[in-house]
Design a protein around this ligand. Structure first.
Ligand code: ZN
Length: 113
């Protein structure tokens, strides 16, 4: 349940932003997440709803924008989306691949009213 601390962080950031702008409501928070990052958006949403009870963020929706891991072929230089269990270049069949993993996680936008 390691989503709880990050969710607290998201909640704090969103509330601070809303306060700065005198908002009445926090509508949507968009997160940018690598598809290899360790957090699950649905769980973040659950924790968020719990934390946001009785606040202006109580109806806020968490939207995850996933960034997919790509693979770069060391032989032909092409970049493509990784396919599970198929670590072979679809263009030249090379197995010399370099993973371009996006593990980050951050708040992209906060929509307030
Ligand atoms: Zn290739």
């Amino acid at each position: 349940m390691h989503e709880l601390p990050v969710t607290k962080g998201i909640f704090k950031t969103a509330m601070a932003e809303a306060e700065k702008q005198n908002a009445n409501k926090i509508k949507t928070i968009t997160l940018k997440m690598g598809d290899n990052c360790d957090y699950v958006a649905e769980i973040i949403q659950e924790y968020f709803s719990m934390l946001a009870e009785d606040t202006i963020a109580k109806d806020c929706k968490i939207v995850a924008n996933y960034v997919h891991t790509t693979v770069i072929c060391k032989d032909c230089g092409r970049e493509f989306t990784r396919q599970e269990f198929k670590d072979v270049c679809p263009y030249c069949k090379s197995e010399h691949l370099k993973l371009n993993i996006f593990k980050d996680f951050y708040i992209e936008t906060i929509e307030i009213e």
